[in-house]
Design a protein around this ligand. Structure first.
Ligand code: NAD
Length: 476
């Protein structure tokens, strides 16, 4: 049985604790490896390694740091197919997605931040005969804590800006999906990242808690659920760490009657069934104008029923396995609640296959805003159709949620599109598309969907602190 360890100073660091966690292939639930649970000793060792590396890494020029990040990105692209298959084995997502998106979006982030590393500057201020300037300095040791839906992408989205800015890092991947992050640490070492700059600790919430409580960790960046975000913030508050939280959502997707319905149907599927619906920004509350609900529902049902569900390793598969048996059960409980609360099942709603954690893509129509399937994040392939009559009404209902990660608007009236997105309480709004997150633009949540931003130059401000230097040129 393969045993997975953390990586500290570029080398495997077996845990002394006897506790391990089995890593399952979600499509069969067979055990593929046993993973160490890093406790205090391992977390301390990782943080110490990162702290030792910090003065070396931060003193390198941005160009030098960027050059190493570029090499790591190139290597990810060369190993795309192997890394994608590793991701499939951990997450159960289809290889057709992992091959195209997961590794490449990680490499994109490394390339983007490798490029901006050299252009980080401060300001200069003339103050009479005196002057002042600012320095954009790294924070020190930062911790990353990841979710299980996009493990390598999440690791890269955190590591790229953190390392580009001169921080060093300890990453804890989800306890369900550690393999690509461990491989990433090996690649970093082989491509010349100095020892200790990027370290990995494996484990569950206990390992995460040690990181959040560690006095020498200056920042925590979490991708996870709202409940975990609150716990992380509470622990981080004890030593006033900086915090970035990328949390859950229950995002609205609004289809006005003048929209191109073919495109709206495609976007609705992308917003609900890509990665089996296990995407934080998914548009799971689909508000469709009452004039087009009938043709829209019919087109959506027919396209959804033609999705190919099955073996994630088969390139033809479009819908893979949910992450775990317990998650599939939780999704099925929501589907039952939808039925019990009076929603109409248009299609799906069943477990699929003899083994694994497959759930068929599910559409409910006739939903109302109070149903639990409409209110709560299910994080699976379950879509709720809601109808509306006018713009003000749909805006009020779209914003009536504690979440605020994303939103989508479909209309051919661009004035309306901009008017509506200006009122939507969401960190990212898409007009006539959905779930597109290139590295060039910021991504993050409003309200309880989180704080801070990943991607774009804005992410750098979350991994740096500003020092002001005032210079007196005369006598006092
Ligand atoms: P989770 O909150 O259960 O776990 C996330 C990570 O936090 C894991 O690594 C876990 O071990 C760790 N953790 C748990 N408790 C902790 C604690 N007390 N202290 C420190 N670390 C702790 O989430 P999940 O089930 O892995 O992922 C699904 C959730 O993540 C969904 O809510 C989804 O919306 C969200 N998500 C958000 C984004 C985003 O960018 N906004 C992206 C992907 C997933």
């Amino acid at each position: 049985m393969k045993r997975l360890h953390g990586v500290i100073d570029g080398k495997p660091f077996p845990s002394e604790a006897s506790d391990t966690i089995p890593i399952l292939y979600p499509a069969t639930n067979q055990v593929q490896a046993e993973m160490d649970v890093a406790l205090e000793r391992e977390v301390d060792a990782a943080v110490d390694a990162a702290a030792r590396a910090f003065p070396i890494w931060r003193r390198m020029t941005g160009t030098e740091r960027g050059r190493i990040l570029h090499r790591i990105a190139d290597r990810l692209r060369r190993e795309n197919d192997d890394l994608a298959m590793m991701e499939v084995m951990d997450t159960g997502k289809p290889i057709s997605e992992a091959n195209q998106v997961d590794v490449q979006s990680g490499a994109d982030a490394l390339e983007f931040f490798a490029g901006v590393a050299a252009s980080m500057t401060g300001d200069y201020h003339t103050l009479g005969d005196n002057y002042a300037y600012t320095r954009c300095e790294p924070l020190g040791v930062v911790a990353g804590i990841g979710a299980w839906n996009y493990p390598l992408q999440i690791t890269c989205w955190k590591a790229a800006p953190a390392l580009a800015a001169g921080n060093t890092m300890v990453m804890k991947p989800s306890e369900l999906t550690p393999q690509t992050t461990i491989r990433f640490a090996e690649i970093c070492h082989q491509e010349g990242l100095p020892e200790g700059v990027f370290n990995v600790v494996t484990g569950d919430h206990r390992t995460g808690q040690h990181l959040c409580q560690h006095p020498h960790v200056r920042k925590v960046s979490l991708t996870g659920s709202v409940a975990t975000g609150k716990r992380v913030m509470r622990d981080a508050a004890e030593t006033l760490k900086h915090v970035t939280l990328e949390l859950g959502g229950k995002s609205p997707l609004i289809i006005f009657p003048d929209a191109n319905l073919g495109n709206a149907v495609k976007a609705t599927m992308l917003a609900n069934f890509y990665t089996q619906g296990e995407i934080c920004s998914n548009g799971t509350r689909v508000f469709v104008h009452q004039d087009v609900i009938q043709p829209f529902t019919e087109m959506l049902r027919s396209a959804t029923e033609s999705l190919v569900i099955g073996d994630p390793r088969d390139p033809k598969t479009e819908v893979g396995s949910l992450i775990s048996e317990s998650h599939a059960e939780s999704v099925m409980q929501y589907i039952q609640a939808g039925r019990d609360q009076g929603a109409d099942l248009v299609c799906g709603g069943q477990r699929h296959g003899e083994v694994g954690n497959f759930v068929t893509p599910t559409i409910f129509s006739g939903c109302d805003d109070s149903m639990s399937i409409v209110q709560e994040e299910i994080f699976g392939p379950v879509l709720s159709l809601l109808t509306f009559r006018d713009e003000d009404e749909v805006l009020t209902r779209a914003n009536a949620t504690p979440y605020g990660l994303a939103a989508g608007v479909f209309t051919n009236d661009l004035n309306r599109a901009h008017r509506v997105t200006a009122e939507l309480e969401a960190g990212t709004c898409w007009i006539n598309t959905y779930n597109i997150t290139p590295v060039e633009i910021p991504f993050g949540g409003y309200k309880q969907s989180g704080m801070g931003r990943e991607n774009s130059r804005h992410a750098l401000s979350h991994y740096t602190q500003l020092k002001t230097v005032y210079v007196e040129t005369g006598d006092l």
